[in-house]
Design a protein around this ligand. Structure first.
Ligand code: TYM
Length: 324
């Protein structure tokens, strides 16, 4: 079974990225083969500064390694180190209907806001399909917001296979975790860089505390009993705490006499403790940028070999390289 997933280097990873996706990468990394990459080509739809993109991409790789991705087990690479993915994107575009892409949320949302979308954003899901299909991926661990893109990937692959009467493309399955597919942000909506409601994994403690303290709650007084199940503070606490600790805090909610400030302090302390080791590992990795670059270079060699094999199959299925 081949596992594959990617993360955009558009900002530092937040709790949603970690619990929805990165934790799955780590849990699945000792599979037969697992490929994880930094989606720098996708990030070009939003970042237009070369140095910022370079720095962010390196930093995203450091983040993944610090959070437990083990290059001895998994293959870690930069999307743009595999030029085959861009060729496959074109081949897939030729069998992708516009109507399919018009339904995809990133493009639809931008259009709904009256903003001009460029062709890169429109074709974003085709590049993502190429990312997945280029490596014969079976399982794609993601958060809920990417499930639509995996459905699109299956549609495109199926259409290609039917048109050319081939089985050149392997149909992937998305995998989400029930409890953490949609981690809420500080306003209770889905945590997302574009909503400005994120708390980053490696946030400086003071800033992290400030953000946690800003989580929106209702205006119940300290004395009043509270409902943990509808409270975003409690939803975030669940990410970090064992069941016994969760039950204990839920009891304090229901009993009354506890203010939201206490619950927020509990979230802050639990989050700091949860990521303490990763924070230390990250500080160490920052001292050895060449090691990280070597890991990415080695990863690209492994990923590219697989990508070339699949692309050759696809080229041949549609009649390219006719002289061979
Ligand atoms: P990106 O960079 O926006 O997010 C990376 C991963 O984090 C998940 N995620 C969340 N999960 C739970 N709750 C949240 N609030 C939350 N916010 C984000 C995302 O679902 C994702 O799994 N298009 C992708 C990157 C990509 C990709 C791919 C993924 C490019 N090619 C091929 C898988 C396979 C993206 O923008 O993810």
């Amino acid at each position: 079974m081949r596992v594959l997933s990617g993360i955009q280097p558009t900002g530092r990873p937040h709790w949603g990225n970690y619990f929805g996706a990165i934790a799955q990468y780590i849990a699945l990394q000792n599979n037969e083969q697992s490929f994880y990459f930094v989606a720098d080509l996708h990030a070009l739809t939003t970042i237009r500064d070369a140095q910022v993109l370079r720095d962010n991409s390196h930093s995203a790789a450091v983040d993944l390694l610090a959070l437990g991705l083990d290059p001895q087990q998994a293959t870690l690479f930069l999307q743009s180190d595999i030029p085959e993915v861009s060729e496959l994107t074109w081949l897939l575009m030729t069998v992708t209907q516009m109507s399919l892409l018009e339904k995809c949320h990133a493009y639809k949302d931008k259009k709904a806001k009256g903003l001009a979308a460029d062709a890169g954003l429109f074709n974003y899901p085709v590049l993502m399909a190429a990312d997945i299909l280029l490596y014969d991926s079976d399982v794609v661990p993601v958060g809920a917001d990417q499930v639509q893109h995996i459905e699109v990937t299956r549609d495109i692959a199926q259409r290609f296979n039917v048109i050319y009467g081939t089985e050149a493309l392997t149909l992937p399955n998305g995998q989400t975790l029930d409890a953490t597919a949609k981690v809420p942000g500080t306003d209770g909506e889905k945590m997302s860089k574009s909503y400005g409601n994120t708390i980053e994994v490696f946030e400086a403690p003071k800033k992290m505390r400030k953000k946690v303290m800003s989580i929106k709650t209702d205006s119940k007084t300290v004395e009043e009993p509270k409902d943990p199940e509808t409270c975003p503070v409690f939803a975030l606490y669940k990410l970090f705490a064992e069941e016994a600790q969760q039950a204990e805090l839920a009891g304090r909610y229901r009993a009354g006499g506890m203010g939201y400030g206490d619950a927020k302090q509990a979230v802050y302390e639990a989050a700091l403790a949860y990521f303490a080791e990763a924070r230390e590992r990250r500080a160490e990795l920052e001292k050895t940028p060449d090691t990280v670059r070597d890991i990415l270079r080695d990863g690209a060699i492994v990923a590219r070999a697989k990508g070339q094999e699949v692309l050759e199959r696809v080229r041949s299925a549609c009649g390219l390289s006719a002289h061979q």
